[in-house]
Design a protein around this ligand. Structure first.
Ligand code: ARG
Length: 463
């Protein structure tokens, strides 16, 4: 039975009924719906709309309903209710009779659904923040553990300059830090209560919306009832943040897939996050990372889904908006799982230091150091760039590394080159000199590790 049947003379078409029902998706809002309903019962009492005894009965029943299904919310799905809001109300009526019929006074499912969804987003942000921090912690752990590992750095997927592997780890730490900050900022706009806005116009009952908001743990109330019931900006914002963060996780995955490839062999992924081929016995595939990269597309799709869903909607509520939840719930879960997976992958990773060091010396990745050396000797940079280019070309022809050229060969290109050039362009010194703030020298990387630890220590307290 529907809650609004009396205006209708015909039953709902069975197919329409299941087409229209959102319970299968929104049942996960049960905790938030109960929280909102308890707060609503209290405001009804405070406004003298119901008696203290009615309020107590409602609150007890709501708590009882929650306790009953807490461990297995899927039990809700046995019902044919249209959505979670109707399911809770019907339960109350079943348990309390006429008293249950009072809960929806002055309230609409339009302000109720967005209240529940905002509460759910707040709860989920808490979970996501914890997952981000866990992943960041493991990046720092691995960075610290491998502080001496030298790694080839790339641009255009060409060997460019040597870096520390820890520096690479901290690059992802920074990306995740921005995601974390974006969440904090977005939370300010989510933490606003729309309850009391009714279907679209507000309510005729005298209720204190500020107090109502505080009962649910919201810091503010919304300003315009029309906007409040039709606003899903916060869903878009969260999905945008999820998309950006998934893009970070996808690049992280792509980097590791490349480093792990047979061609590079810079790292080895743990057996526990790879899988074999059903045909080729030698294979160990980086499925965990490929899946993160793949799932990123799904999250982008969800963001686009909501943007398109809302763009043509007139004010205020339209049933189209019911379609916001599946995209939001599924993609935030995907994001959470990918953060967890990334953490497991990075913690199990081993660096093939010998290969990395050897490769870092190849590919003329110290050519910039040679150019800098010439500048140090008084040559202008543009000139030194030209001279170095010629030296590189010569070395390629001779199949030699820069450090393998004799001093007399160097001198053919520039008389100012002396014996100290070898020290200047060696791998260790090249890294040591990248001592600008945010650079890859060990001193600066260690400093950033320390700062990152402090950041986490501070943020954990505030979560
Ligand atoms: N299940 C609906 C949703 O998720 C709740 C709001 C329904 N409101 C309405 N007037 N039909 O959007």
């Amino acid at each position: 039975m529907n809650l609004w049947g009396s205006r209708f003379s015909k039953n709902q078409n069975n197919f329409f009924k299941s087409f229209n029902n959102s319970l299968k998706i929104d049942y996960i809002l049960i905790k938030q719906d109960i929280k909102g309903s308890i707060a609503w019962s209290k405001i009804l009492l405070k406004s003298n709309i119901i008696t203290l005894s009615d309020q107590k009965k409602l609150e007890t029943a709501l708590n009882f309903i929650f306790k009953e299904i807490k461990d297995n919310p899927k039990k809700i799905l046995l019902s044919d209710s249209e959505d979670i809001h109707s399911w809770v109300e019907k339960k109350l009526i079943y348990m309390l009779g006429d008293v249950g019929k009072k809960i929806h006074t002055g309230r609409s499912r339009n302000d109720q659904v967005t209240t529940d969804l905002r509460l759910w987003c707040k709860d989920f942000i808490y979970l996501i923040k914890k997952n981000i921090i866990n992943f960041q912690n493991s990046l720092i752990f691995i960075a610290e553990k491998n502080i001496s590992s030298i790694f080839p750095g790339y641009t255009h997927l060409q060997r460019a300059q040597p870096i520390l592997f820890s520096h690479w780890c901290l690059a992802y730490f920074e990306m995740l830090k921005r995601d974390f900050e974006r969440l904090k900022d977005c939370l300010k706009r989510i933490d606003v209560s729309p309850l009391g806005c009714g279907a679209l116009a507000g309510t005729g009952w005298k209720i204190n919306r500020k107090y109502l908001a505080s009962l649910m743990g919201f810091s503010k109330t919304s300003n315009n009832s029309l906007d409040s019931v039709s606003d899903r900006d916060y869903v878009i914002e969260l999905l945008s943040i999820a998309s950006i963060s998934m893009m970070h996780l996808s690049r992280f995955s792509e980097d590791l897939i490349f480093f792990n490839s047979g061609e590079c062999n810079f790292i080895e992924l743990s057996d526990s996050v790879t899988s074999g081929s059903s045909l080729m016995p030698q294979k160990k595939n980086p499925d965990s990372l490929e899946l993160i990269r793949g799932k990123t597309g799904y999250v982008y799709g969800c963001l686009l889904n909501i943007l398109v869903l809302l763009k043509g909607l007139p004010l205020a509520y339209n049933k189209d908006m019911q379609e916001d939840k599946e995209s939001l719930f599924r993609s935030l879960n995907v994001w959470k799982n990918c953060l967890k997976m990334s953490k497991i992958v990075i913690l199990g990773l081993k660096i093939n230091n010998k290969i990395c060091k050897k490769v870092s010396k190849k590919g003329y990745s110290n050519a910039t150091d040679l150019a800098d050396y010439l500048v140090f000797k008084g040559v202008s940079f543009r000139k030194s760039h030209k001279i170095t280019g010629k030296i590189v070309l010569y070395s390629i022809k001779k199949k030699k590394r820069l450090s393998q050229l004799s001093l007399s060969s160097f001198k053919k290109f520039c008389k100012l080159i002396e014996n100290d050039v070898y020290k200047y362009i060696n791998l260790k010194n090249s890294l040591k000199r990248k001592n600008s703030q945010g650079g890859t020298s060990k001193i600066k990387v260690l400093k950033e590790i320390f700062k990152s630890k402090m950041y986490i220590k501070n943020e954990i307290k505030k979560i």
